[in-house]
Structures are given as C-alpha cells and as structure tokens.
Design a protein around this ligand. Structure first.
Ligand code: ADE
Length: 268
C-alpha cells in the first residue's frame, strides 16, 4: 500500500514542510493519466497522496478534469479516504466568504461528464448520502476546535462551468434552498462511491455568487482562495492523524448492495 488518505485540491494546500519521505510518482490507469503526478508523503505515521485536481498550472477546466483517472489512481494506491478541497460560492447570506462548509448533499447540474466507471455492465449503487458521514463529522469537529467558522451540512449545487451562473440561475438555486455552488464535486463523489472510497469535502467560500454580487470577481476569488489555503493546511495537519479507515463504513461497501446486470446475463 502506497497511501491511505488522498487529498484532491489546489497545489496551495500541499504543505511540503509538514511531510516526510516525499516522492512524486506517475500513475497509469485504464482511464489515462490523472491530472498530474501524485505526491506521496508521510505525516504522523499516515501515508498521504496529494493530487492537484486541475493539474500543474491549472490546465484542466472543471469539465475536462480526468475524474475517472484521478479516483482510479487513488484506489490503485490503496487510499481508503479522500478529502476534497474545493472553492465555492455562497448562496446564503449567513455563509460568508472565508467560511468553511462541509456539505452533506449535492445537486447535479453538470452536463458533459462521464460519471461512472461501469460501461460494459450496468451497476446501480446507492447515492442518497453522497458524502462520508464519519469523515465529514471529523472535519467539522476539528475545524470547530481550531475556532474556524464551519457550517456542518448543506447542499452543494454542482454546475458544469466553466462560466459562472446567470442571475436567474443563481436565484433559482437560492429558491431551491441550496447553500453553496461549485464546479467539481461531481462526478468525483460518485466515482469515489463506486470505488468504495470514503469521500468528504472541505468547501472554502470565496464569493457570494451573482444573486448578491453584480459579477463573480475572479480577482477576489483568487485572493480568497489564497487566504483559505493557510486555514486548510492547518485543518489538514489536525485531521490527517485522526483519519482511520473503517471497513464497515457504508461508503466502503457500496458495491455489496448494488444492482448489477451485464449483457451476458441478459442474453442467457
Ligand atoms: N467556485 C468559486 N465560486 C464559485 C461560484 N460562484 N460559482 C461556481 N463555482 C465557484
């Protein structure tokens, strides 16, 4: 086993100074190469794999991130838990820029992404609770201990991007009660569940989306992303030693209860 914990996020959250035995490896998968080489390192006895979601130099748009290769590579390395770090917009007044949100639901508004590993057979897994409850709870408890403002739960609406939303869309999402908006939680969360990997998101708020702002100001988003990086690094240092793989977690047994058919079976 090369790694137990996977971290998918921006390069800024990779804290080289905190890790030992660092090496960069190239991983091949049946779905091509992941977004970039993967950095392996150890922190307080835990083996961690870092992957910048958008590649080195932010070369993949949210649509073109090789999500299947990324999750497959994590599985191949032996990862049991993925922490996803994601910048999001806020759809609620009380969720302020620089807050942390640990969502418990997702609403899918993506359009051009392959969201399953299973192409030759049909596999229906349960996805009612898209995030790992155990890992999400741990993130919230740890963030609160650090006195970070954290919102436990909330619905993440995942849009296709790369454009931000129109005002009409943003207002509809608010009317539907959604909390935060981003472009990358899907299909990542679905693929992690198919791969039986626990998956939780640390969403860092960068803006109020266009229901409140005249436009999403990209310069401010980048400025707030940089500000959030230090916070995320501190949070990761506290969380990583506490993460334990749990074979009995629902996320780790998704295929046991899946409904599966294959062309062979249908022709029998
Ligand atoms: N990522 C950061 N802010 C966002 C927003 N307002 N909409 C979609 N994705 C985002």
């Amino acid at each position: 086993m090369n790694a137990e914990i996977g971290i998918i996020g921006g390069t800024g959250v990779y804290d080289q100074s905190a890790f030992e035995n660092i090496k960069e490896i190239s991983v091949d998968t049946p779905f091509g190469k992941p977004s970039s080489e993967i950095i392996l390192g150890e922190f307080e006895g835990k083996k961690v794999a870092f992957l910048p979601r958008h590649g080195k130099g932010h070369v993949f748009s949210p649509t073109n991130v090789p999500y299947r290769a990324n999750i497959y590579a994590m599985k191949k390395l032996g990862v049991h838990t993925i922490l996803s770090i994601a910048a999001v917009g806020s759809l609620k007044e009380e969720i302020e820029p620089l807050d942390i949100v640990v969502p418990d639901q997702i609403y899918d508004r993506t359009k051009h992404r392959i969201s399953t590993f299973f192409e030759d057979i049909v596999v229906h897994i349960g996805f009612a609770n898209p995030f790992c409850k155990r890992t999400s709870r741990l993130i919230c408890e740890t963030a609160r201990k650090l006195n970070f403002k954290v919102h436990e739960g909330g619905t993440y609406v995942c849009i296709e991007g790369p454009q931000f939303s129109t005002k009409a869309e943003s207002q509809v999402y608010r009317a539907l009660g959604f909390d935060i908006i981003g472009m990358t939680a899907l299909p990542e969360a679905k693929l992690a569940r198919e791969a039986e990997i626990c998956y939780a998101t640390i969403a860092t708020v960068t803006d109020y989306d266009v229901w409140k702002e005249s436009e999403v100001d990209v310069a401010t988003v980048l400025e707030y992303m940089a500000k959030n990086e230090e916070k995320v690094k501190t949070l990761l240092r506290e969380i990583i030693p506490k993460i334990e793989g749990d074979d009995s977690c629902e996320c780790r047994n998704s295929l046991r209860y899946a409904i599966t058919t294959s062309p062979d079976k249908i022709n029998e």
